[in-house]
Design a protein around this ligand. Structure first.
Ligand code: LMR
Length: 392
């Protein structure tokens, strides 16, 4: 039977890790997969995570199973940061569960959507390639619209038209902040409008929040998602701690579900538990337990938020430096300055992407997406010079 299978290509983004590692050049630059790097080019474990892990090792008395929902202390402690301090469960209408990373929460969110007999899901493109892959794997029909205009702003007219064309009961998958791959987010005024349009058309929003705190700040980055949640009766929120706690390989995420009434929440949550059981049974504990220990401790929480501020500030400086370079060869780096999070798209052609790799040892996605956190004071001039070289 296995001979019936066809070979699948390696994931292009994850393959970049190996390509970069195999390059012997000492001055190679990795702008591929989305991990934060310091000004020295490292991705260290957060000091707050190290301290929490130490506490965990000393205090944990058992590794017995927790259940498909994982560490509910983690899930609940996170809620004021995600949904706001005043009423984090929106009157008991939101409940969550732990998932393996942001991909696990998205997979589960979309599986619930599929099980709820939603036929079509709409998404702005370009998007993170795994979004379309998960939809295809679940058999959800994907409809797309433009995420960004050629001028480098979010394309509000395209989403307006998409919502107008959508049927009642369709779902929309929206990235709440730090758009992957463009770095171009809807403005707050856009979100105000989008929230009303989604509510008017009885659309089910699936909100992907994988980079909270890496754009403008923890509160600011939650604006769009929160705006949608106060406008619509039901939604799913796929959350990741992989980036904002630097826990990448530990796979720490959460799925939150909002129902129209608190009394209606049990049914979708029970479906999410059943789907989790059939997929991974229970999420890995370690990273989520470390996050919980941080959020239970005022000093560790402050340390974590300070680390996040430092990351965001460094990325702003890199963006400002790229923007100040302006027109470089045939490409304009100015828009990068106003974009958010780890990623921006530089309009390199496929041949130019190849030349950046082969001639200059600079690795990034074939779409032209760069991870701005891979740039440092030590390598940014080389990146700008190489960009001028391949695009002139
Ligand atoms: C990325 O887009 O680089 C990250 O979300 C990592 C991943 O899993 O693709």
């Amino acid at each position: 039977m296995l001979t019936n299978l066809q070979r699948q290509p390696a994931d292009a983004l994850l393959a970049l890790i190996k390509l970069h590692n195999a390059d012997p050049r000492a001055d190679k630059i990795d702008l591929g997969v989305g991990v934060y790097k310091t000004g020295q080019g490292d991705t260290p474990v957060f000091a707050s995570i190290k301290a929490a892990e130490k506490n965990l090792v000393e205090s944990q008395e058992t590794k017995a199973y927790l259940g498909p929902e994982g560490d509910m202390g983690f899930v609940e402690k996170l809620m004021p940061y995600v949904f706001g301090k005043d009423d984090p469960s929106l009157g008991g209408r939101i409940e969550g569960m732990q998932t393996p990373g942001g991909t696990g929460s998205l997979r589960l969110a979309l599986a619930v959507v599929h099980k709820a007999k939603v036929k079509r899901i709409w998404m702005g493109t370009p998007s993170w390639p795994n979004h379309a892959q998960i939809c295809a794997d679940l058999g959800l029909e994907l409809k797309t619209f433009n995420h960004a205009t050629p001028e480098g702003t979010a394309d509000i007219e395209a989403i307006r038209a998409a919502i107008a064309e959508a049927d009642e009961g369709d779902a929309f998958l929206l990235q709440s902040c730090c758009h992957n791959p463009t770095g171009i987010d809807y403005t707050n005024a856009h979100w105000d409008e989008i929230a009303g349009l989604l509510a008017g058309k009885k659309i089910l929003p699936v909100l992907d929040l994988a980079y909270q705190g890496l754009g403008q700040g923890m509160e600011e980055d939650a604006y769009g998602m929160r705006r949608v949640l106060v406008s619509v009766p039901e939604a799913l929120i796929a959350y990741s701690c992989d980036k904002n706690f630097g826990l990448y390989r530990d796979r720490v995420g959460a799925l939150y579900i909002m129902a129209a009434e608190a009394s209606q929440l049990g049914v979708p949550i029970s479906n999410a538990y059943a789907l989790a059981r059939a997929n991974w049974s229970q999420p890995p504990d370690h990273g989520a337990a470390a996050v919980r220990l941080i959020l239970e401790d005022e000093a560790l929480t402050k340390s974590w938020l300070d680390e996040l501020d430092t990351m965001r500030e460094r990325m702003r400086q890199v963006r400002a430096k790229l923007a100040a370079a302006g027109m470089v060869g045939g490409v304009d780096l100015t828009p990068v300055g106003g974009q958010n999070g780890l990623f921006s798209i530089i309009p390199f052609t496929p041949e130019q992407v190849q030349a950046m790799r082969e001639k200059h040892g600079i690795y990034f996605a074939g779409s032209g997406r760069i991870n701005v956190a891979g740039l440092t004071l030590g390598n940014i001039d080389k990146f700008i010079a190489a960009t001028a070289d391949v695009t002139s």
